[in-house]
Design a protein around this ligand. Structure first.
Ligand code: GUN
Length: 292
């Protein structure tokens, strides 16, 4: 078994991003600028947004965080997004999900200008992605592609099974793995909560990508010998063992699955760190006007 080491790869790629950010500053006199919007006080969202902001600083980007209470109306939020869309000093906008129930994630996603949609969630970017046109790729799937690329993992002709069909991970991931690109060119199966026997499919996976949001969902009996296992799970549980008071668990029973896998991502230290790299690369691409 070999580890797909998100810490190592993310640090390496962030160094490259920092070099490019410095070049942009030198050429244009400005840094790439990410604006993040965080609504409410969800513990996970607070942690992820703080990490995004901190990493912007690390690579030499500007960042702005707008915080709102959960009582903000949908109309107020949409108006704010419109304002940021118009601001020439902003390269990327993200609204951290999930949102309070009274705010439509679909409306918010569609309000963000596709040209600043560094999360890659806008239907225009998703459509362009599917057509293999230049687009911002959703940050987590993008981070996974970068990881596979970095380790030189051959995906062409493999059977990739994606467990989970969310808009953020499972659905775009399945499209990317089936595209005629490298990484890609897989035969893809998507499993989800209504799939009666997930094990039947997962056992046939050469590449198993798990984004279902359930601790230890994938057990050793569900994995083929030699499979490549990518764990997107970020299941937070209260713990006295850590400084933060929380411990992160993946969707894969790492201890028992790892001995069967050829490659596997740990949690923490795997995909989560690569998501931030995906976001930073999209923001950089926006500042360089590489997509639009
Ligand atoms: N919530 C969970 N993952 C993400 C992400 O990649 N972007 C945003 N905006 N919210 C999220």
């Amino acid at each position: 078994m070999q580890l797909l080491d998100g810490k190592f790869v993310s640090e390496k790629l962030k160094q490259q991003i920092a070099v490019e950010a410095a070049e942009i500053l030198e050429k244009t006199g400005r840094k790439p600028h990410l604006v993040a919007i965080l609504i409410g006080h969800d513990g996970g969202s607070e942690t992820y947004v703080a990490s995004k902001i901190k990493n912007c600083e690390k690579v030499g980007f500007n960042s702005t965080l707008y915080r709102y209470e959960s009582s903000i109306t949908e109309e107020e939020l949409l108006k704010k997004i419109d304002e940021i869309n118009q601001d020439p000093e902003t390269d990327g906008i993200l609204v951290q999900l999930p949102l309070p129930k009274h705010i439509s994630a679909d409306k918010v996603t569609e309000k963000i200008s596709p040209e600043k949609d560094v999360d890659g969630f806008h239907p225009v970017n998703l459509g362009r992605m599917q057509r293999n046109l230049p687009s911002f790729l959703p940050a987590t799937p993008y981070g996974i592609l970068l990881m596979l690329q970095e380790y030189g993992i051959e995906t062409s002709g493999k059977h990739c099974v994606v467990i989970g069909r969310s808009n953020i991970v499972g659905s775009p991931m399945s499209i990317l793995m089936a595209r005629n690109t490298n990484p890609g060119n897989c035969t893809v199966t998507i499993c989800h909560s209504k799939t009666p026997d997930i094990k039947k499919f997962s056992l046939d996976a050469d590449i198993l990508i798990v984004a279902i949001g359930k601790k230890n969902f994938v057990t050793a009996d569900m994995v083929k010998d030699g499979a490549i296992v990518i764990d997107v799970g970020m299941n937070r549980e209260i713990s006295t063992e850590t400084k933060s008071g929380y411990k992160l668990y993946g969707d894969v029973d790492f201890v028992n699955v790892a001995p069967k896998a050829s490659w596997i991502t740990p949690v923490p230290g795997g995909v989560g760190l690569m998501t931030i790299v995906g976001l930073l690369k999209n923001t950089l691409a926006s500042a360089k006007k590489e997509i639009y």
